[in-house]
Design a protein around this ligand. Structure first.
Ligand code: PNS
Length: 163
């Protein structure tokens, strides 16, 4: 039977418990999941792509069928390079929907019939976002509730070096 590989693109700046929640579910549904870190031109970044690669690789090390990489350019082009056939994105609340639907439709057109599947995280991760984590980080607060342990240690070390 043909194997289905899903691509999970995002800026993951930083990778949160919400992202991990979606990846864990996707890894149970699909044969393989590839997390692909991209740049969101609309957001001011906190971590470099290499830092994000390091954080995410550690956070998903327990998931055997999950790999991590980075891309530039269009997601629809990268899907083919990774031999994936479907895009996965997390969907938290109605406020996410318009943005996600626009992106799904653009990717479907660009990828010539490339579907996006939306996964909703568990209740405890429903209000988590990288934007909140970046804000708490920049104001010196405790973001531990929102990120995997490995990401927490990485960010705390980075912040202490900046002081
Ligand atoms: O986690 P984010 O910030 O919502 O991720 C956004 C990302 C990186 C997936 C999106 O900006 C993206 O796909 N960028 C690559 C350019 C692209 O393919 N654009 C067409 C779809 S809108």
């Amino acid at each position: 039977m043909a194997k289905t590989k899903a691509l999970f693109p995002g800026s993951f700046d930083p990778f949160t418990n919400g992202h991990l929640d979606v990846v864990e579910t996707a890894s149970r549904i699909f044969d393989a999941v590839h997390i692909s870190i991209g740049r969101n031109a609309a957001k001011k970044s906190l971590l470099s792509i290499d830092e994000r690669l390091e954080c995410i690789s550690e956070a998903v090390a327990h998931l055997e069928n999950v790999s991590v990489g980075a891309f530039s350019g269009l997601v629809a082009d990268y899907v083919g390079k990774e031999d994936a056939s479907i895009i996965v994105r997390g969907l938290r609340q109605a406020t996410d929907f318009e943005y996600e639907q626009r992106m799904a439709i653009a990717n479907d057109l660009l990828g010539k019939n490339l579907p996006t599947v939306f996964l909703t995280p568990h209740l405890e991760n429903l209000l988590t976002s990288s934007t909140i984590v970046r804000d708490i980080y920049r104001h010196g607060g405790d973001f531990g509730h929102f990120v995997p342990g490995s990401v927490r240690s990485f960010l705390e070390k980075k912040r202490s070096k900046q002081k």
